[in-house]
Design a protein around this ligand. Structure first.
Ligand SMILES: Cc1cc2nc3c(=O)[nH]c(=O)nc-3n(C[C@H](O)[C@H](O)[C@H](O)COP(=O)(O)OP(=O)(O)OC[C@H]3O[C@@H](n4cnc5c(N)ncnc54)[C@H](O)[C@@H]3O)c2cc1C
Length: 432
C-alpha cells in the first residue's frame, strides 16, 4: 500500500507538490481551509461586474520554467496567451509619450544597442545599472546597489521590479531583484514573453490541476482546516482538523503549504516573514478597444499595468498599501480616468462601467533583505514534515514561479528523505 502524503493548503505550492507526489505513486490528500482552491491565485464570480474575475491580474513570463512545466503536466499550457515576441508597450500619462520595449530573442542584449528597441531617452551606458544589479552584495537593498533615478530606472527598472518584487523598488532586496533579472531580462527575449491566463486563473492554473490530481486518485478536502499538529521527537504523529484527528502511519508525511502566518501558528518557533505588501486591482466590465495589447505599462499614474481580457479591462497596482484606506468609489474614478487616457476610451462616461476594486492586503511578504533572511528552507526538524509556499526560501520573490518551485522542492525532499517504508506486501506462498 502506498503511504499517504497530507498536503495542507491548495494554493499553487500545495497543488504543485501534490502533482509531483501523485506522479511518484504516493496517495495524496490535499486539505484546504476554504471552500475553493487557488489561495492568492483564484477566480470568482463577482456580482458587481456580473462576470467571473480573478482576485488579481497575474503575469507570467516565458522564463518561468517551473510554472510552464506545471501547466504542461496538468494539460493547460495552451491556455496562456501572449504576444509572439517579448514586447512591452508603455504609455507615460504625464508626457503622453508612448513606446514599445522590444527585447531580442537571444541572450546577447542587442536591444540595448538599438535606439528603436531600447527605452527612449536612455544611452547604452545606462544599462550598466542592470549589470550591477545582477551581482549585488549580500543583504543590500536595490537603492544601496544602484542609483534609483534617471530614465532607465523610471521607465524599465522601477516598473519591472515593482511588478516582480511587489515593493517600492529602492527598499527591495537586491538579491531577489538579481534573481528575477537573471532568469528574465538577462536571459533574453525568449525568457521575457509576457503570458496571461486569458480565460482566468481558475480555468488555467487551478481547475485543471484539481482534475489532474483527482484522475490520479488524490483526494481534495475543502473546508478542512488544519488546527494543530501533534509532534513527536522525530516525526509529526497526528493532524488535528477540529472535528477529526488523523493519525499518521509509519511512512506517512505532511507538506505544510499555507501562508507564513498560518505556518507560524502551527509550528512553534518557526522563522517566517512577517511583513507584507498589498496589491490593488481594479476591474471594469467593458470591451477593450480594438488593438488594445494584452498588457500595457502605465507610468506617472496610480495605474501601473492595464490587462485586456474579453469584455474587461483590469488594472494592477503593486505595493498598493497607500491605497488601502482610499474610498473605493474615489479609487475607481481615478483609475478609470487613467484607463480612459491610456486606452483612448471616453473618460467622461455618464456612469462608470460596472467596476470592482479588490485589495489583497497580504498579497506577498515584503521583499526586503531583512524579510528575505527570515525565510525557512523546505526541511524541518521533523523527518516527515516539509514546508512549501512562495515565502519559503526559494531564492525568488513571492510569485507563481516561486510557489511552484517550492512545492516541487518539498515533494522532492519528501521523496528522498522518507522512502516508502510500507512497500507492497508480497502475498504468502500457498503450499501446493
Ligand atoms: C493580487 C495578487 C496579484 C499577484 N500577481 C502576481 C503576478 O502577476 N505574477 C506572479 O507570479 N505572482 C503574482 N502574485 C503572487 C502569487 O499569487 C502567489 O505567489 C502564489 O499564489 C502563492 O501561492 P502559495 O501556494 O504559496 O500560497 P497561497 O496561495 O496563499 O495558498 C495557501 C493556501 O493554504 C490555505 N490554508 C491556510 N491555512 C490553512 C490551514 N490551516 N489548513 C488548510 N489550508 C490552509 C489557504 O486557504 C490557501 O488556499 C500575486 C498575488 C496577489 C495576491
Amino acid at each position: 500500500m502506498a503511504r499517504t502524503v497530507h498536503i495542507i493548503g491548495a494554493g499553487l505550492a500545495g497543488l504543485s507538490a501534490a502533482a509531483e507526489l501523485a506522479a511518484r505513486g504516493d496517495h495524496v490528500v490535499v486539505h484546504e481551509a476554504t471552500a475553493f482552491a487557488g489561495g492568492r491565485c483564484r477566480s470568482y464570480h463577482d456580482a458587481a461586474v456580473g462576470m467571473a474575475i480573478d482576485n488579481g491580474n497575474h503575469l507570467l513570463l516565458s522564463g518561468n520554467r517551473a510554472a510552464l512545466e506545471f501547466l504542461r503536466v496538468i494539460g493547460s499550457a495552451h491556455r496562456l496567451i501572449g504576444p509572439p515576441a517579448a514586447e512591452f508597450p508603455f504609455v507615460d500619462l504625464e508626457t503622453r509619450a508612448r513606446w514599445t520595449l522590444r527585447f531580442n530573442e537571444g541572450r546577447l542584449p542587442l536591444w540595448i544597442f538599438d535606439a528603436k528597441r531600447r527605452v527612449p531617452g536612455t544611452r547604452v551606458s545606462d544599462y550598466l545599472a542592470l549589470a550591477r544589479l545582477l551581482w549585488p552584495r549580500s543583504g543590500k537593498t536595490v537603492s544601496e546597489t544602484i542609483a534609483c533615478k534617471g530614465p532607465l530606472y523610471a521607465r524599465l527598472i522601477e516598473p519591472f521590479l515593482l511588478a516582480a518584487l511587489n515593493i517600492d523598488p529602492p527598499d527591495g532586496s537586491a538579491k531577489l531583484a538579481a534573481a528575477v533579472i537573471r532568469e528574465t531580462i538577462a536571459a533574453g527575449g525568449r525568457a521575457c514573453r509576457p503570458l496571461i491566463a486569458r480565460d482566468g486563473l481558475a480555468a488555467t492554473l487551478i481547475d485543471p490541476a484539481l482534475d489532474h490530481l483527482r484522475e490520479r486518485g488524490a483526494l481534495i478536502k475543502f473546508e478542512h482546516q488544519l488546527r494543530a499538529m501533534r509532534f513527536g521527537t522525530q516525526c509529526v504523529e497526528a493532524l488535528d482538523f477540529g472535528s477529526e484527528i488523523v493519525a499518521l502511519a509509519d511512512g506517512d508525511a505532511v507538506i505544510l503549504a499555507v501562508p507564513p502566518y498560518a505556518a507560524a501558528s502551527l509550528v512553534q518557533g518557526l522563522s517566517v516573514p512577517n511583513e507584507f505588501r498589498a496589491i490593488v486591482n481594479a476591474h471594469f466590465r467593458i470591451d477593450p478597444p480594438a488593438g488594445q495589447p494584452p498588457i500595457l505599462g502605465v507610468l506617472n499614474a496610480t495605474t501601473q499595468w492595464i490587462f485586456a481580457f474579453p469584455g474587461r479591462l483590469s488594472v494592477t497596482v503593486s505595493a498598493g498599501d497607500r491605497l488601502l484606506d482610499t474610498p473605493r468609489e474615489q479609487l475607481a474614478q481615478t483609475i478609470w480616468a487613467e484607463v480612459a487616457a491610456a486606452t483612448g476610451l471616453p473618460a467622461a462616461l455618464p456612469v462608470l462601467p460596472p467596476w470592482q476594486i479588490v485589495r489583497e492586503r497580504r498579497a506577498t511578504f515584503a521583499a526586503t533583505p531583512a524579510q528575505d533572511q527570515k525565510r525557512p528552507g523546505a526541511q524541518t526538524a521533523w523527518r516527515n514534515l516539509f514546508l512549501a509556499g512562495d515565502w519559503t526560501n526559494t531564492g525568488l520573490p513571492a510569485t507563481i514561479e516561486g510557489a511552484i518551485r517550492s512545492g516541487n522542492r518539498a515533494a522532492e525532499l519528501l521523496a528522498a528523505n522518507t522512502p516508502l517504508t510500507t512497500a507492497p506486501k508480497i502475498p504468502p506462498m500457498i503450499p501446493p
